[in-house]
Write a protein that binds this ligand. Structure first.
Ligand code: COA
Length: 254
């Protein structure tokens, strides 16, 4: 099941399936998508953290026992459900942070990759071991790992199925930092982001998501247009005025 805890403007969604190292079956993944959809649409929530229950795993992947029985049509549906979870994390109009507190394998690594930021605990292990099952990463891993770590590193990891520890994950840019307890670090960053302008964060995320695709000139044009339009917002007025008046800004997200 998925627990959602809220503290001020920060929501923590925890995948909790202890008998399977938080591996995602249909019920758990469907519930995760439902909770993410709610959090995406809730303006009172400014930052979303995703983590796994317990000490051992973030998410140990898609449920392999379930996948062992799928035919082609069912596998396509299963892939689409994983893509939906990734799409929700990647496109929701607020920052998402993965607190990788242990194994993040296969679909678990792909969920983390769909988040904007990733922190790992010292004992975390990440990777895409699908090749060892005779399948491929199907929830975004063939695309997002390359976007985060570069194509050469990504191909090595998905071709070999090799797992990386937290230090290597940091070195190759797969995570933004290594911290224990990792959830504390994720909460600290989330609280910092929750104090920033939600309007700025939403627009920066939208524009940054275009950085590695599409037409560079068109993306820059979109940035210029968005930058200008933003000057009609209360948050821009407040941020700029607060600096001039030598006080802390209070951003309302308008
Ligand atoms: N799907 C379904 N069940 C899983 C699972 C997954 N992805 N990952 C772990 N589990 C289950 C195990 O089957 C086991 O259940 P059981 O006791 O009923 O057999 C339970 O979780 C504990 O896992 P176990 O393998 O006993 O723990 P371990 O510490 O020996 O090994 C891992 C941990 C993560 C190395 C190992 O579980 C593993 O390799 N899991 C699969 C990872 C993977 O390939 N993920 C990608 C899938 S796309």
């Amino acid at each position: 099941m998925i627990h959602v805890d809220r503290e001020d403007a920060v929501a923590v969604a925890t995948v909790d399936r202890p008998d399977a190292l938080n591996a995602l079956d249909v019920a758990t993944l469907t519930e995760l998508c439902d909770r993410l959809r709610e959090l995406a649409g809730d303006d009172a929530v400014r930052v979303v953290i995703v983590t796994g229950a317990g000490e051992k795993a973030f998410v140990a992947g898609a449920d392999i026992k379930y996948m062992s029985r799928l035919d082609v049509a069912q596998a396509k549906e299963w892939g689409a459900l994983g893509h939906e979870a990734g799409r929700l994390l990647e496109t929701m109009p607020k920052p998402t942070i993965a607190a990788v507190n242990g194994f993040a394998l296969g679909g678990g690594c792909e969920l983390a990759l769909a988040c904007d930021l990733r922190y790992a605990s010292g004992h975390a292990k990440l990777g895409q071991p699908e090749v060892n099952l005779g399948i491929i990463p199907g929830w975004g891993g063939t695309q997002r790992l390359a976007r985060v770590c570069g194509l050469g590193v990504a191909k090595e990891l998905i071709f070999t199925g090799r797992l990386v520890d937290a230090d290597e994950a940091l070195r190759i840019g797969l995570v933004n930092g290594v911290h224990d307890p990792v959830l504390d670090k994720a909460r600290e960053t989330a609280a910092l982001l929750a104090s920033k302008s939600p309007v700025s964060l939403r627009l920066m995320k939208e524009l940054a998501n275009r950085a590695l695709g599409g037409d560079h000139a068109a993306n820059l044009e979109a940035e210029g247009e968005t930058f200008g339009e933003l000057f009609a917002s209360d948050d821009a007025r407040e941020g700029l005025t607060a600096f001039v008046e030598k006080r802390e800004p209070v951003f309302r997200g308008r």
